[in-house]
Design a protein around this ligand. Sequence first.
Ligand SMILES: [Zn+2]
Ligand SMILES: [Zn+2]
Length: 379
Amino acid sequence: MTEKRDYYDVLGISRNASDGDITKAFRSLARKYHPDKNPDDAEAEKKFKEVQEAFAILSNKDERRKYDTFGHSGPGSSPFGPGGFQGVNISLDDLFGGGFDGIFNQFFGSSRGRRRTKGDDLMYRHTVPFQVAMDGSEDEIEIEVLRKCNDCQGTGSMDPSGVRVCPNCEGRGRIERLERLGPFTQRSVSDCPSCNGSGKLISDPCKSCNGQGRSNQTKRVKFTIPPGVSSGVRLRMREYGGAPASDDGIPGDLYIEIEIQRHPWFERDSADLLMGLPVGFSDLALGTKIEIPHIDGENLVVKIGAGSQPGDTIEIRGRGLPLQGSKRRGSVMIVLKLDMPRKLSRDEKKRISSLSDILGSDHDGIEERIRDEAKKRRN
Ligand SMILES: [Zn+2]
Ligand SMILES: [Zn+2]
């Protein structure tokens, strides 16, 4: 699969582009790649769809904010449903006329109802020792989150009778208006300026939250990290995010991204653990058994066969990390390294030199031996 392009790049706009810029960029690109203008051009068709998708996301306030925070790798499935974006039929006339706003908002129709009433999602990064990848963990973090104000029970008013429905938006919190952009008319929805989108006016605002009904509070959150977890995994804590703006809404979600510290010697390949084991010449030649403390609490016993070579790999099955969603575990893969001493005492030199009489350090036929070695490596 090819890497998905950044939506801002697709539309050729900067990350702080205004709604007007987004619409303008979309309108001009959509006209350029429109199928009516590019019949039977698969490349243009692809571009047309790509431009539509970018516009659908960036022209929607909530989807744009989500995309700005998480990029394409956002939590949950695609906002367009499991099949991803399928493109929409939009005529050249519609592109000129500007009546396409609703076409794209249809995708978020269901979330649009919730939209006003869901609080913000939060993301926290949480670093854990390597051991957690083996055992999992019960952890706790402290987060700063917008919660319902305790002093006014979320009403924003010192006195419950001091709250009345905003007359400007009749309590909806939003106002719709028709905007003229040159020759085009566009319907736009925005937060009501009189009540800041809350739909109510407060005569005597609560002092703790300035009438917002919500205030930043410190919360401790407990959560469970499953064994076998990898770096980059995001745990989703439903409704632990920001409080919604209106009373009937639901809080946003909290995402905790797990970062696992490095192990002093293991590298990780999903559930497998890889390590290098330095051993002496005689261990390789004669074979031996080496015990190493292991992260599952039981020593790892490495049996090195006589005549082993540097670079040989020994696999110990079932002693790697737990495979998520299964009772099985990965392997420990041990690569043998020849640990040659850099300095030798006079006595050691004498002993080794007598050894070389046995093993042979003859340089005769050296070319043949080099050739054999090369052949072995190529096979
Ligand atoms: Zn309050
Ligand atoms: Zn209002």
